[in-house]
Design a protein around this ligand. Structure first.
Ligand code: BTN
Length: 257
């Protein structure tokens, strides 16, 4: 059982998570915040579910997370126009916040995988799914859905990328309340940085991405491209160096090749 009081004691933010919704079960925390009918309009609202019956991953995949052991939550951003303009970089701020939090609390070395996975020992411990609504070409609402494998100690099934959890890597159970508060504290700092100087966020993200400079393959639907992970540009796109030059990649799953 998630102890809201313990979480609240460690939360140090101005607005992220100050409106906190805890649920035993939801179809998906992202769907909950995206659905207007649920009436959630407070900027920075966080909804956490112990169990998701239809947890969503990127590219219409399913996100399965063992109930009561992990963190599956979403954050609503709908107010700050300067921040909403940087929507395509929010995933970098979020994955960076998670990596920094895991390093701060457990001294585990993290690795970031483009566009927004957090790896431990080369395996995926966190995935992020961002959904948005816009009006007249302007984003008016962003929902940042985050799934962190925290205390799950085994994974069954077929995965696009091998999974792990903090428990597996650390060899002990960790306090989810402390981790969630740390993530939200760091996320608020990162989004402020994004508004002040987005280059520093990209630079910090790159410093934790060991695939840069390596030979990679990128799969998008049925197309696979090969080359060298040359760099990230200012908008967060992956620059792939191939024999024909530099190609800007917008989507895809990256693998070392
Ligand atoms: C991915 O790596 O494919 C993204 C996974 C995102 C999962 C989280 S769990 C909380 C939120 N609610 C969802 O339905 N999905 C995101």
């Amino acid at each position: 059982m998630f102890n809201i009081e313990n979480f609240d004691l460690k939360l140090n933010t101005e607005f992220i998570g100050r409106n906190f919704i805890y649920s035993d079960e939801l179809s998906s925390t992202n769907t909950f915040l995206m659905d207007k009918e649920n009436g959630q309009t407070i900027n920075g609202t966080v909804v956490l579910a112990e169990k998701q019956t239809q947890g969503k991953g990127r590219k219409d995949r399913v996100w399965y997370s063992a109930p009561d052991s992990n963190l599956t939550f979403s954050i609503l951003l709908n107010k700050d126009k300067a921040l909403l303009k940087e929507a395509n970089l929010i995933n970098f701020a979020a994955s960076l916040a998670i990596a920094v939090s895991i390093e701060n609390l457990y001294q585990l070395k993290t690795d970031l995988k483009w566009p927004n996975d957090v790896l431990l020992d080369g395996k995926k411990t966190c995935g992020i799914l961002i959904e948005a609504t816009s009006q007249a070409n302007k984003i008016e609402k962003l929902v940042i859905g985050i799934g962190v494998n925290v205390n799950q100690n085994s994974f069954q099934g077929v995965f696009n990328y091998p999974p792990t959890s903090i428990h597996i890597e650390l060899g002990r159970t960790v306090e989810r309340e402390k981790l969630l508060a740390e993530i939200l504290n760091n996320f608020e700092i990162m989004i402020e940085k994004l508004k002040q100087n987005k280059k520093t966020v990209i630079a910090d993200w790159k410093s934790r991405c060991r695939m840069i400079g390596e030979k990679i393959s990128i799969k998008e639907n049925d197309i696979e491209k090969f080359g060298m992970f040359y760099d990230l540009d200012e908008e967060g796109f992956l620059l792939l160096r191939t024999k024909d030059g530099i190609e800007k990649i917008h989507f895809g799953d990256v693998f070392l090749s």
